[in-house]
Design a protein around this ligand. Structure first.
Ligand SMILES: Cc1cc2nc3c(=O)[nH]c(=O)nc-3n(C[C@H](O)[C@H](O)[C@H](O)COP(=O)(O)OP(=O)(O)OC[C@H]3O[C@@H](n4cnc5c(N)ncnc54)[C@H](O)[C@@H]3O)c2cc1C
Length: 380
């Protein structure tokens, strides 16, 4: 079986990884490999810290994906002879002041309700764990099991594994015969046939001719990369997230000393960096970690997260020759091993029965549509 994967972001590359393990031949096509949302991502693998009220279908996916990461990362690191920056130093979700502490307590109730074990600690205890935290931090939720990874190292390792299967081209459309996808058309007019096509083009999934219109929304995010002065490195031991005047902010500490400060969230359609968002991130970040302002800004990146109406991914078959895998929103790095394996298994006709009950239906691309709008086919 030969499968074409459209898109070499974390999802397309992880799908290719699992396809190869399922003994399928793979070609990955992308004009700008790993330069989309995956290039911006902070790399938090933080299922509990990601809990938001009312997203009950998402939690089992996040939890299962987090469990898959250590083995997935070790195997990719081994295959590419690379270091992926996987850490398990945990997360502190901090309250900027006493009003934020009340919101944090409510968030912790949601985390507990979702079955995650977290600990509410005082500001003093939080500063014992992270001495760079501001004296004004009023309390924190400690999540010791949270991990993080460097998404750029993961995609670059996977790109090295698939170097000879990668075509740097734009896919302009799906080639369809008798209602089924049989290949893709490239921007230079060439056609390539395949037994299966996996559409993993992130927020650009709807720009490919012949693909059904998916309810994908672009949620833009601005994120900064910083480096602390040598005498203050490491500024942080693990990930610090927080609420400042009700706004979310995070600082992810990489093992190599880099800090990632993020992220804004806007659906204004503007692909350029938003000055106000950068100002707010620096201002809120320094409320939690004042040393941020002594750092050097090494990069500011703006990318669109591929969102869906209910914030769950869209993974499943859309015709006999095509599987879609997008809509990973703010969880694509965390969900990559799960989404990659599910997409690969569906493409080769295997049912991913290792998923938590109901999970496959919760990510079905047909869940928003009536059968007349989008063909509802078997998910295997
Ligand atoms: C600021 C920010 C911070 C984030 N932080 C985290 C985090 O801490 N943890 C987490 O889990 N997630 C995080 N995310 C979310 C995560 O980055 C995304 O969910 C994930 O990267 C989506 O991966 P993807 O492969 O679907 O999309 P992308 O990475 O966007 O990849 C899509 C690829 O498709 C290619 N493509 C598009 N059109 C075509 C075409 N016509 N032909 C061929 N190729 C095409 C593009 O060039 C691109 O390389 C963050 C996102 C942002 C923006």
């Amino acid at each position: 079986m030969h499968v074409i994967v459209v898109g070499a972001g974390i999802i397309g590359l992880t799908t290719a990884w699992y396809l190869r393990r399922l003994v399928a031949g793979v070609t990955v096509i992308d004009p700008a490999p790993a330069r989309g949302a995956s290039h911006a991502a902070a790399g938090m693998l933080a299922p509990a810290a990601e809990v938001v009220w009312g997203q009950t279908s998402l939690y089992p996916l996040l939890r299962t994906a987090a469990e898959m990461h250590p083995e997935f990362a070790a195997e990719v690191a081994g295959a590419a002879d690379a270091e992926l920056g996987l850490t398990d130093t945990g997360t502190l979700v901090c309250a900027g002041d006493r009003a934020d502490l009340q919101a944090l307590r409510e968030l912790r109730d949601a985390q507990t309700g979702a079955g995650f074990s977290t600990e509410l600690i005082t500001g003093t205890r939080a500063r014992e764990l992270e001495p760079s935290l501001s004296p004004s931090v009023a309390g924190a939720v400690r999540i010791p099991e949270d991990q993080s990874i460097d998404p750029r190292r993961v995609t670059s390792a996977l790109l090295s594994v698939f170097a000879s299967e990668l075509i740097s081209q734009h896919v302009s459309g799906l080639v369809r015969e008798g209602g089924a996808t049989v290949g893709v058309e490239l921007a230079d007019g060439r056609r390539m046939s395949a037994d299966q096509v996996v559409l993993a083009a992130g927020s650009a999934a709807n720009t490919i001719a012949g693909a059904p219109q998916l309810p994908v929304r672009e949620v833009w995010g601005d994120v900064l990369r910083l480096r602390a002065p040598a005498e203050r490195t490491p500024l942080l031991r693990g990930t610090v997230r927080g609420l400042v005047n009700g706004r979310s902010v995070y600082v992810v500490a990489r093992p190599d000393g880099q800090l990632v400060l993020g992220a804004s969230s806007r659906e204004d359609g503007r692909s350029g960096t938003d000055a106000g968002a950068v100002h707010r991130l620096l201002s809120d970040g320094q409320r939690l970690v004042p040393g941020i302002l002594d750092c050097e800004i090494t990069e500011i990146t703006t990318r669109a997260r591929p969102g869906s109406p209910d914030d769950l991914p869209l993974v499943g078959r859309i015709d006999d020759g095509c599987v879609v895998s997008t809509g990973y929103f703010r969880h694509g790095i965390l969900l990559a091993p799960l989404g990659g394996r599910v997409g690969a298994e569906i493409a080769i006709g295997r049912r991913p029965d290792w998923l938590p009950p109901g999970a496959l239906d919760s990510v079905s691309p047909q869940r928003f549509e009536t059968p007349a709008d989008l063909p509802v086919l078997s998910t295997t």
